[in-house]
Design a protein around this ligand. Structure first.
Ligand code: PLP
Ligand code: COI
Length: 343
């Protein structure tokens, strides 16, 4: 039996809780240092560091779970390693090698096993790898020095409704420009969304639904998750295709689950906002969001409602939720290569 910290696993919330160890590597003189675990949760950087001046940073989010068999696993971390590599390249940062990302993940999770929430608690260990410009710059240019860190913390669901539907609002603001940075996981995109999020929260909504910034005709995604829809006849899974949304690993997995495990037709295509009333279910999906059913979308004085609205999630959304979480927790057989065993 592994040692477990004495935490209220069912009521963790989604908040920062420092764990004992984090992984740190530094990029200097054209190369990444060997890297290793550290006890220090504080970061000391130059006052003119690129991250502080021009926000040169990217990050990832993934989770470790205890399965029904008592193993500690991660869900498709190779795709996080790859996405972080692509984000770094786009932001003119030296990418952290993918195999080193996976080695750092193993080392960090193994060093914090006592913080992985027990099977059945509904919680998981959130892993936040991130990389930022730590060297000084004052002209707008890439830094010469970078820091890679991987921190972990036990968390509960991001949207506290769990399987209960939430209400979201169509934003009047944009999160990412056409041909901009919406497809990379950069902190700057989230800074862009904070004002919009505050407006939505004050109006009583959990999240914003962003439309395509050029024409406001197509659906993009929410501030922290991709979206999907289910047709009226419950046979088709529809999800927006756009170059300015984050290529969600959860969404890519659901596309496979829908088609190959649940026998649904899958359409990944531009989705017009005007089509939304034709769908019977709507959900948000992501690592933190898992699958969060959307009961209602508020749009300037009118509401688009799905199924039984805020009362309960639709049956296809629930089936997707059960299959995805079953794969992650080891109760549903996973497609080849999806589960990465750590301990
Ligand atoms: N879209 C945004 C804006 C996100 O922040 C996230 C979270 O990571 C996602 C989508 C979902 O991506 P993933 O399923 O890879 O976690
Ligand atoms: C994640 O799902 O990992 C994210 O980064 C989304 C964020 C809103 C917490």
């Amino acid at each position: 039996m592994r040692e477990l910290k004495n935490l209220d696993w069912e009521h963790l919330g989604f908040i920062y809780r420092p764990c004992e160890k984090r992984y740190v590597a530094e990029y200097k003189n054209g190369a990444w240092s060997e890297g290793g675990l550290s006890d220090d949760p504080e970061v000391r950087i130059n006052e003119c560091a690129g991250i502080l001046q021009y926000c040169q940073e990217c990050f990832e989010g993934l989770k470790a779970y205890e399965t029904s068999k008592g193993e500690i696993v991660c869900f498709r971390p190779d795709l996080n390693a790859e996405r972080m590599y692509n984000s770094a390249e786009y932001l003119c940062m030296p990418p952290f090698p993918k195999e080193r990302f996976l080695a750092a993940l193993e080392e960090t999770v193994k060093a914090n096993l006592a913080y992985v929430p027990p099977y059945g608690s509904g919680a998981s260990l959130y892993i936040r790898p991130y990389m930022f410009a730590s060297g000084p710059v004052i002209g707008v240019k890439p830094s010469d020095e970078y820091t890679f860190r991987m921190i972990v913390m036990p968390v509960g669901p991001y949207y506290t409704g769990g399987a209960k539907p939430i209400a979201i609002m169509v934003s009047d603001f944009d999160r990412a420009a056409p041909h901009g940075t919406g497809h990379v996981k950069a902190g700057l995109n989230y800074a862009m969304s904070m004002h919009a999020h505050e407006v939505a929260a004050k109006a009583g909504y959990t999240e914003n639904l962003y439309l395509d910034p050029a024409r406001r005709k197509y659906v993009e995604e929410t501030g922290g998750a991709n979206v999907f829809f289910i047709s009226q006849d419950k046979k088709t899974f529809v999800t927006p295709k756009s170059d300015s949304i984050l290529p969600s690993i959860t969404k890519r997995s659901l596309v496979y689950v829908a088609e190959h495990m649940l026998g649904l037709k899958v359409e990944e295509r531009p989705v017009e906002f005007a089509e939304l009333p034709e769908f019977s279910e709507c959900g948000m999906c992501g690592t933190a969001a898992v699958i969060s059913p959307v009961g209602r979308i508020h749009d300037h004085g009118r509401d688009i409602v799905f199924g039984k609205s805020m009362e309960e999630a639709g049956p296809v959304t629930m089936k997707l939720y059960e299959t995805l979480t079953g794969i992650q927790l080891g109760t549903v057989e996973a497609p080849e290569g999806w589960i990465y065993r750590i301990a």
